[in-house]
Design a protein around this ligand. Structure first.
Ligand SMILES: Cc1cc2nc3c(=O)[nH]c(=O)nc-3n(C[C@H](O)[C@H](O)[C@H](O)COP(=O)(O)OP(=O)(O)OC[C@H]3O[C@@H](n4cnc5c(N)ncnc54)[C@H](O)[C@@H]3O)c2cc1C
Length: 487
């Protein structure tokens, strides 16, 4: 089958073309394939599927969406997550979750104030979440998640080395122009690559000389091409929404490093006063007396990796000009000064001060807001094209909802398309517009609430967390997909 520009008429028109073989694009493809829509294709810009990305938490709402999409996908993902973990000492009675013998032991993530008092405690193990919400929580790497999903699709249905560079709506179909064999392939997950220096960005700008160009045609296009979505940029630029085409700085950035050889006196104080027997804690100062009240939102996450090795992640509402165009030494100073302004005890500043600036990382967080002050809800659909996942609503990972919300998108859009095709086909523009608008209306109000919660949750009490989690994790399938029981 060829899909090129050799002749005026396309040789093949797909029912659905999905741009982006990340978790959300693949979950959508699996859902459609399973529901009898086989004339589909997924394309991805990556030269080859390689081990990129980092650990992601999948929470009950995302796992429930995946289970609804395909039970095999749920099995594959949970297996990938539990591989290498110790079996449980005492197996739980947690219903029909994954094989109990391979579930990891219970653990928790404590949040404490600067006095060392626990203000919140979240279990991080599968079983505790399963017992509470009827579905668990796992941590899986982006690549293992991608592989677990990709293995469920026929190999020729997912094609790497196709970078979408243009989208064009034609009569009753959409044309997607792609390039292959471009000079350089970037890490698709690391959206902070955007913040690199001009010289680096110039290298990343694709060298299209010698690249292969062709076009694909489809009745419907699903843009799952991530936070830097090309399709979003093209559609928004055409619709006068240029300001919202690219991700916005969320107002938060994280400074992180791993410190080896922490002196034992510091380690002992940290352990007895703050870390106690835990692996991971978050420290905050929610005092109403702070001279810099915005620093109530600062969080210092400490991960004890061994007796004298600690990794930290300091995330705070840093202004753009506080970290942009600054050296790593200046960024380290920013972190230490911010801890001082947030009135953290000296031991934390001493710990961060042990960082080697050369090994420091700075990670700004970006967002595609669903709801904007001036433009209201931004459109996700245009004609026969719709955005899903990060392309639609990327958000910082403070509530670990990026992929989880994306899986909910996949569940909803695939259900609506699988209902539409047998009933009405894919010829009429109006039917397609109605279906895509329904998806948008079903999803946007809830995702908007999740984004607001993501930005506000730093100051929540345990009770506020519990209330929101009840709402987030208890929705049942398929009723919320078909009836819109979202709010
Ligand atoms: C530090 C960090 C921690 C996170 N932690 C969590 C967490 O714990 N839980 C959670 O739910 N979420 C988390 N997220 C968010 C999560 O990673 C994203 O929400 C998720 O990866 C989005 O999936 P996606 O499929 O929409 O996009 P992506 O994962 O970005 O995949 C997009 C795919 O599209 C491809 N692509 C891009 N452009 C093109 C193009 N022009 N043509 C063809 N293909 C293209 C890319 O190669 C990629 O394969 C975290 C994010 C970060 C940065």
């Amino acid at each position: 089958m060829q899909d090129d520009n050799d002749s005026m008429a396309p040789r093949h028109i797909y029912d659905v073309l999905i741009v982006g073989a990340g978790p959300v694009g693949l979950a959508t493809a699996i859902a459609l394939h399973k529901r009898g829509i086989h004339n589909i294709l997924v394309i991805d810009q990556t030269h080859e599927f390689r081990n990129v990305g980092q650990g992601l938490d999948l929470l009950p709402n995302g796992l429930r969406a995946i289970k609804y999409i395909a039970s095999e996908a749920y099995e594959n993902i949970t297996k990938a997550a539990f591989k290498g973990n110790q079996p449980l000492e005492s197996p739980s009675q947690a219903g029909d979750g994954p094989d109990k013998s391979t579930r990891p032991p219970k653990s928790r993530w404590r949040q404490i104030n600067v006095q060392g008092e626990t203000t919140r405690s979240i279990p991080t193990d599968f079983q505790s979440w399963f017992e509470r919400y009827g579905e668990g929580r796992i941590n899986v790497s982006w690549f293992n998640l991608q592989t677990a999903l990709r293995s469920l699709l026929p190999p020729d249905l997912v094609q790497a080395n196709h970078r979408c560079v243009h989208v064009e709506e034609e009569a009753e179909r959409v044309r997607i122009d792609v390039t292959s064999d471009v000079g350089h392939s970037t890490n698709p997950f690391a959206h902070w690559e955007m913040m690199q220096s001009k010289a680096e960005t110039a290298t990343l700008a694709q060298d299209h000389r010698g690249a292969d160009h062709k076009s694909f045609y489809a009745k419907l296009v699903i843009a799952a091409d991530g936070i830097n979505s090309t399709i979003r940029q093209i559609l928004y630029n055409q619709q006068g929404l240029k300001r919202w085409a690219k991700p916005q700085y969320s107002g938060f950035a994280a400074i992180s490093s791993t410190i080896q050889g922490v002196p034992s006196s510091i380690m002992e104080d940290l352990a007895t006063q703050y870390i106690k027997g835990d692996f991971i804690i978050t420290v905050h100062n929610n005092s109403d007396e702070l001279d810099f009240p915005e620093l109530k939102r600062l969080r210092l996450i400490l991960i004890r990796l061994s007796n004298n090795t600690v990794a930290y992640l300091l995330y705070a509402p840093f202004k753009l000009d506080a970290w942009q165009h600054k050296s790593l030494t200046q960024i380290l100073r920013l972190g230490i000064d911010t801890l001082l302004n947030a009135e953290f005890p000296p031991i934390f500043r001493t710990l961060v001060g042990l960082s080697n600036p050369e090994k420091l990382s700075l990670r700004p967080f970006f967002i595609h807001p669903v709801n904007t002050q001036n433009n209201g809800h931004l459109p996700w659909c245009h004609g026969r094209v719709t955005l899903v996942g990060d392309a639609a609503h990327a958000m910082p990972p403070f509530m670990a909802q990026g992929v989880n919300q994306g899986f909910e998108d996949a569940a909803v859009i695939s259900t609506l398309i699988a209902q539409m095709i047998p009933a009405h086909g894919l010829e009429q523009d109006t039917t397609i517009t109605t279906t895509l608008e329904k998806y948008e209306h079903l999803r946007q109000p809830f995702v908007s609430q999740v984004q607001t919660a993501t930005m506000d949750c730093h100051q929540w009490t345990q009770a506020q967390w519990d209330t929101f989690n009840e709402k987030l994790h208890r929705r049942a399938y398929p009723s919320f997909v078909t009836l819109g029981e979202l709010n």
